[in-house]
Ligand binder design. Structure first.
Ligand SMILES: *Cc1c(COP(=O)(O)O)cnc(C)c1O
Length: 314
């Protein structure tokens, strides 16, 4: 098997991110809850996309790109962080975002404005239209360009979270359960694949905050990433437990998610976001209340960031 470090990566973040015990929440949920602080990855306002971008933008540079396109919802944390990272590397970011949700100059849109990012809001529900528009603009610019998919969730981006699983293994504690939000799939797929490689005995859960067919997307990303690594592994649906926490819809706050945000803020002084991490943590609380964790278990929640969206007035 190849070492994940054999794929070129630029340094954008600060790693390893800390693992901390949530003492008050552990008492309330009668188990041992820890948090992996990927909200502190050290670029922009932090978040999971930094690990993916270290690989994706290295690939863009290696391919001689001058312009980097990406996409997402109007308040995409991924798009904002892609702009921040590309600027640092001397690449020109162009964001083509879906004209859905909060499009005003707040949250991530405000941060993009401060960076002077070129943002195009496109009135479509279909990412295929957006990727076609990237090609149209890229060809018109006449310079080499690089397209990063929504959420940075292709096999290369997924390797960022395989490396995160290895990082967790190196932090010296065994976890029985590993829980993260799942929005485009790369984070959960990377952790589930990484757990097979580096975290024996750790069960991985993807908390689905959107209604995409993650039961197909997640193992497909795991297989592609395993193939890149030339890892001789059988990927099965049972490698990850997928749980629906979407509630009223993607980027629409849920009562359960807001409750989880309030618990984390009051008990631990940490802030989750309404789109991803609040709903994901609500899923963790649900499992605890259903008796799925023993009193002696260790549960690791990956805080994937989202601070930008927190200020989008949701
Ligand atoms: C993108 C994102 C996620 C989801 O990660 P995916 O790899 O897209 O599934 C979770 N939390 C936050 C804050 C995000 O921005």
């Amino acid at each position: 098997m190849k070492n994940p470090d054999s794929f070129p990566a630029v340094s954008l973040g600060v790693f390893p991110t800390p693992v901390q015990k949530l003492e008050n929440i552990s008492k309330r949920l009668r188990t041992n809850v820890y948090i992996k602080r990927d909200d502190l990855t050290g670029l922009g306002l932090g978040g999971n996309k930094v690990r993916k971008l270290e690989l994706l933008l290295a690939d863009a540079l290696e391919k001689g790109a001058r312009v980097v396109f990406t996409t997402g919802g109007a308040q995409s944390n991924h798009a904002m962080l892609t702009a921040a990272a590309a600027n640092r590397l001397g690449l020109r970011p162009i964001l083509i975002l879906k004209k859905r949700g909060v499009t005003e100059r707040v949250g991530n849109r405000l941060l993009e404005d401060i960076m002077g990012t070129e943002v195009i809001l496109m009135d479509t529900d279909d990412y295929a239209d957006i990727y076609a528009e990237m090609d149209r603009i890229g060809r018109a610019l006449g310079v080499p360009y690089y397209k990063i998919p929504c959420g940075g969730s292709n096999a290369l981006g997924t390797l960022g979270y395989v490396k995160c699983a290895r990082e967790i293994a190196g932090q010296g504690m065994h976890f029985d359960h590993l829980i993260c939000a799942e929005g485009s799939g790369g984070t959960a797929a990377g952790l589930a694949l990484g757990a097979k490689l580096y975290l024996p005995g750790t069960k991985v859960y993807g908390m689905m905050v959107d209604t995409e067919p993650f039961d197909r997307i997640t193992p497909a990303l795991m297989r592609e990433a395993a193939q890149m690594l030339e890892a001789d592994l059988e990927i099965a649906a049972a490698d990850i437990e997928l749980i629906d926490v979407c509630g009223p819809g993607y980027a629409k706050p849920s009562e359960e998610g807001n409750g989880a945000m309030a618990m984390m803020a009051r008990e631990e002084g940490l802030f989750l976001d309404p789109v991803y991490t609040g709903k994901a943590f609500a899923g963790l609380i649900r499992l605890a209340e259903a008796g799925r964790f023993r009193g002696t278990d260790r549960v690791l929640f990956v805080h994937t960031g989202g601070a930008g969206g927190l200020f989008a007035g949701m």
